[in-house]
Design a protein around this ligand. Structure first.
Ligand code: NAI
Length: 248
């Protein structure tokens, strides 16, 4: 694999496991220095160590993205410690699934706080820096439910739709400053989040995938590594499905 991200500094939120770790691994394989950010210190440290064991450059910074100050500190500390910030991947996300008529305000607020406000909290200070430097790549993780909705996921679907609107607006604002902003719509990816669904629901999800299998975190990582590369310098405001042909 070409190391075309050598000298690039990347932050991946929620990178201690799952899709985020798959993304961090691919960016590191391409030579980027990756800041693993998460709320889980043990997993974050292990994730950074794994990347270093594979010959990559990685460190970790703890940050709850739903907290404005912690997210700002993540961006500022990265710039201070690494000297710059070129790539921001907003991946951290949670689900608190329940039918709308049973949904608590707590579960609504928690999902919006992490999955939507968390993306804003990281993008806002990153945009200040990237505008100044006239270089940046921001990639946000949405979900297929943003367009179609998904039973039991009113909070999650609304947050992920917000991420799309945020992505497209930021792309319009930042394009002239050479900052690209894109969104990925993963299909059904094999992670601890999806392993949490009942077996029957797992089978139903897989039956909706043309390729007949769940995706792997690295499948998302490959797309992100491309969007962060020089070859993707004219790609912005895009919404890219990486889901093996999944139709919700
Ligand atoms: P996961 O649950 O396996 O990993 C999420 C990571 O985010 C964990 O390490 C967790 O500690 C961290 N995290 C949670 N809250 C955080 C916070 N407030 N601040 C910082 N980090 C936090 O989830 P998975 O499956 O890897 O999902 C990653 C992203 O992809 C999420 O945004 C999810 O909504 C999205 N997604 C996942 C799909 C799938 O099939 N797995 C499908 C579509 C979207």
């Amino acid at each position: 694999m070409s190391r075309d991200l050598e000298n690039k500094i990347a932050i991946v939120t929620g990178a201690a496991r799952g899709i985020g770790f798959g993304i961090a691994g691919k960016l590191a394989e391409k030579g980027a220095t990756v800041v693993i950010s998460d709320v889980n210190e043990e997993n974050a440290r292990q994730a950074a160590d794994k990347i270093k064991d594979m010959g990559g450059k990685a460190t970790y910074i703890l940050a709850d993205v739903s907290d404005f100050d912690q997210a700002h500190n993540l961006i500022q500390s990265t710039i201070e410690q690494q000297g710059d910030l070129h790539i921001l991947v907003n991946n951290a996300g949670i689900n608190r699934d329940m039918m709308l008529h049973k949904m608590t305000k707590e579960s609504w607020d928690a999902v919006i706080a992490v999955n939507l406000t968390g993306v804003f909290n990281c993008m806002q200070p990153a945009a200040v820096h990237m505008r100044e430097k006239e270089y940046g790549r921001i990639i946000n993780i949405s979900s297929a439910s943003y367009l179609n909705g998904n039973i039991g996921q009113a909070n999650y679907s609304a947050a992920k739709a917000g991420v799309i609107a945020l992505t497209r607006t930021a792309a319009k604002e930042l394009g002239k400053k050479n900052v690209t902003v894109n969104a990925i719509v993963p299909g059904f990816i094999d992670t601890e989040m999806t392993r949490g669904v009942p077996e029957k629901a797992w089978d139903i999800m897989v039956s909706k995938i043309s390729m007949g299998r769940a995706g792997k975190p690295e499948d998302i990582g490959n797309m992100i590594a491309f969007l962060a590369s020089d070859e993707a310098s004219y790609i912005t405001q895009g919404i890219f499905e990486v889901g093996g042909g999944m139709v919700l």
